[in-house]
Design a protein around this ligand. Structure first.
Ligand SMILES: Nc1nc2c(ncn2[C@@H]2O[C@H](COP(=O)(O)OP(=O)(O)OP(=O)(O)O)[C@@H](O)[C@H]2O)c(=O)[nH]1
Length: 636
């Protein structure tokens, strides 16, 4: 997974180059200027919903500006991680410098690619903070979506210049007038000011680059002040260690200096400094407004953290740029190898993934039912799914994951707040308060679905915060919701209730005190830790009934009756039972061939190895996998 290699191109090319009709190669390009004058720099990013065509547009820009020749052009040049390519989504942001000439002046355009998914909101906010302006890219056949709106608001709060653009104008189903009206209402601009482009054919892309130069302000900063540069991305590369992407705000960073990370005070020698255009090209330094990369020999992205400020060790800045936050895991899940002997391999794999993922946290844990594993923290469900997929695909591990849960703060009798990341560790004694994390959710949908959406949010303990009409047909609905209520199937239910038309965005927004309880599942009186869940008291019975019924189906009959119970503390709230059976495998073997009998007994013994013992009860491994998997996050 080298982030730098030309060999890492997307294997499936979704747009063939013969479809590109509006790119006359090398028309307006000059060699990459080594920009020192901020007046000729323009830093921008593209805000777009998934699939609205950001990568395709970026490809076209690379081609038009001549930094990638048509011969080398492969679709989605900038998405380099394998898993990104497979899923067609952008996880890690990248920055590229492109030359562009307007009215006889050579400019340096820095395009910063932002991740598109809700889980990576903080990374998006840092990418935006590195730019003066943003292209708001909207699919002309779809209109604006919830996530785009959330990022647009973020850009507007930061006083960024917004260039609204309708994309995919070549599509027969494009409705540019309709969506231009929507966008102009939102931004308070004229519909005629909205550019119409096609990233596919290249139409309008040249005009867009001109507009970037004309409309975006040049960066400003103090060239004589001590250096301050903000880290907006940090990527682990097998050969070069961590590559840190920065935007210089004040001063200058030069090669062979010692730099200092302001959040921790740690210092590093600069081994290389340069710009990507898009291949890494060393430079003589980065000045005010410039965007580039640093290599310090750091081996782990947690030492070079997104949002941190880099300064010069010899002449350090007094104040950091602000806005730094430690990544905070929001969703937890237990990961266990199906084959217990894979535990060391799982630990090594997590260590490796963490080199490139500062947000991934994990601690070892043991489960009576599942054995040795890890409690792993994620930014959100997509982050969880991607991590799991990578562990299985890249490291060849078969895993069981427990149902995802959020973090609770529990106050017991002793008035101490305890942080609970594993439901089975939820305290049993007297509980005074439970705090749960909340999110501000924004849903965009056609107005005929307002009723269904409100009903869904209400059933998930949501509190309505407001509603606005974006146009006559489309509505923005805002709810305050418990994170625990949206981490499972919320998005899928929302999609099915709105025939796929709704889009959702959320961000962490405080916490609330709720009446939450732990529901335990008992087999023959023994608690099965992997099945414990924290739910609202009103939903405890539903969970208890669902799990006991499911387990009755999944666990084979034993030689004695097995009661399956759900309990809150010592109070049983649901009960099923598996009737006893005397399982005589030899019954089938009439006739007295002893070797056949022996074979059967051996087969049964081998089968038992795949059983887990809970007390005296034999539970097949599949029962755990199936019982836990139906609560697994669905694909977003
Ligand atoms: N007809 C048409 N299709 C386009 C255009 N731009 C992109 N597409 C198609 O739209 C789909 C999504 O494009 P991408 O560029 O991957 O979208 P994206 O916004 O980068 O997606 P993420 O990386 O997931 O955020 C692909 O199938 C493209 O081929 C366009 O201008 N016209």
């Amino acid at each position: 997974m080298g982030e730098w290699g030309f060999a890492e191109y997307r294997s499936h090319v979704s747009i063939t180059l013969s479809e590109v009709t509006h790119v006359s190669p090398m028309a307006r390009t000059a060699p990459v200027p080594s920009a020192t004058d901020p007046a000729i720099i323009r830093n921008f990013c593209i805000i777009a919903h998934i699939d609205h065509g950001k990568s395709t547009l970026a490809d076209r820009m690379l081609q038009l500006t001549g930094v990638v020749s048509s011969r080398d052009m492969k679709a989605q040049y900038l998405d380099r991680m394998d898993i990104e390519r497979e899923r067609g989504i952008t996880i890690k942001s990248q920055a590229v410098r492109m030359p562009w000439e307007l009215d006889g002046v050579s400019y340096a355009l820095n395009m910063i690619d932002t991740p598109g998914h809700v889980d990576f909101t903080y990374e998006v906010s840092r990418s935006l903070a590195a730019c003066e302006g943003a292209i708001l890219l909207v699919d002309a056949a779809q209109g604006i979506e919830a996530q785009t709106l959330a990022n647009l608001y973020l850009a507007m709060e930061n006083d960024m210049t917004i260039i609204p653009v309708l994309n995919k104008i070549d599509l027969p189903s494009a409705q540019p007038e309709k969506y231009a009206a929507e966008i102009s209402k939102l931004l308070g601009c004229e519909p005629e000011d909205i550019l119409q482009v096609s990233g596919k054919t290249g139409m309008g892309v040249e005009a867009l680059l001109d507009k970037v130069v004309r409309d975006l302000p040049a960066p400003v900063g103090d060239p004589d002040a001590p250096a301050r540069a903000m880290i907006f991305d940090s990527v682990y590369d097998t050969y070069r260690g961590v590559v840190t992407y920065v935007r210089v705000v004040d001063g200058k960073i030069s090669p062979r200096e010692k730099v200092q990370m302001m959040s921790t005070g740690t210092t590093y020698d600069l081994l290389e400094i340069g710009v990507s255009s898009p291949e890494p090209t060393p430079t003589k330094g980065l000045g005010v407004g410039e965007v580039g990369y640093l290599i310090t020999g750091v081996k782990d992205v947690r030492q070079s953290k997104v949002g941190d400020t880099v300064t010069n060790f010899a002449k350090p800045a007094e104040k950091s740029l602000g806005g730094y936050q430690d990544p905070k895991p929001m969703v937890f899940s237990g990961l266990y190898p199906i084959d217990g002997s894979d535990y060391p391999a799982l630990r090594d794999a997590l260590d490796k993934l963490q080199l490139n993922d500062a947000a991934l946290t994990y601690v070892p844990e043991t489960s009576v039912a599942l054995g040795f594993g890890f409690r792993v923290g994620f930014l959100g469900l997509l982050h969880l799914e991607i991590t799991r997929e990578r562990l299985e695909a890249e490291f060849n591990l078969d895993l069981i994951s427990t149902a995802p849960n959020v973090v609770y703060e529990v106050m017991t009798d002793d008035r101490k707040l305890r942080t609970v990341t594993n439901p089975s560790e939820f305290p049993d004694g007297k509980i005074l308060e439970v705090h749960e994390p909340m999110v501000a959710g924004t849903i965009l949908a056609p107005h005929e679905f307002v009723g269904a959406i409100m009903e869904l949010c209400q059933s998930r303990r949501g509190v309505m915060r407001g509603m606005d009409y974006l146009s006559e047909e489309r509505v923005e609905i805002r709810y305050w919701l418990p994170l625990a209520e949206i981490v499972f199937d919320f998005f899928d239910v929302l999609k099915s209730k709105t025939r796929g038309y709704a889009s959702l965005d959320w961000k962490a927004d405080g916490e609330q005190i709720s009446d939450l309880v732990k529901v335990d599942i008992l087999l023959q009186g023994e608690q099965v830790d992997a099945f414990s869940a924290v739910t609202h008291r009103d939903k405890a019975y539903a969970y208890g009934n669902m799990m006991t019924q499911k387990l009755r189906e999944l666990i084979p009959r034993q030689q004695f009756e097995v009661p399956i119970q759900a309990a809150i503390g010592s109070r049983i709230i649901a009960r099923e039972s598996i009737r006893a059976i005397r399982k005589d495998v030899l019954a089938k073997c009439y006739g007295g061939d002893i070797s056949r009998k022996r074979k059967l007994l051996e087969k049964q013994k081998a089968g038992k190895k795949r059983m887990k013992m809970v007390g005296r009860v034999e539970v097949p491994q599949e029962a755990f996998i199936v019982a836990l998997s139906s609560d697994e996050p669905k694909k977003k």
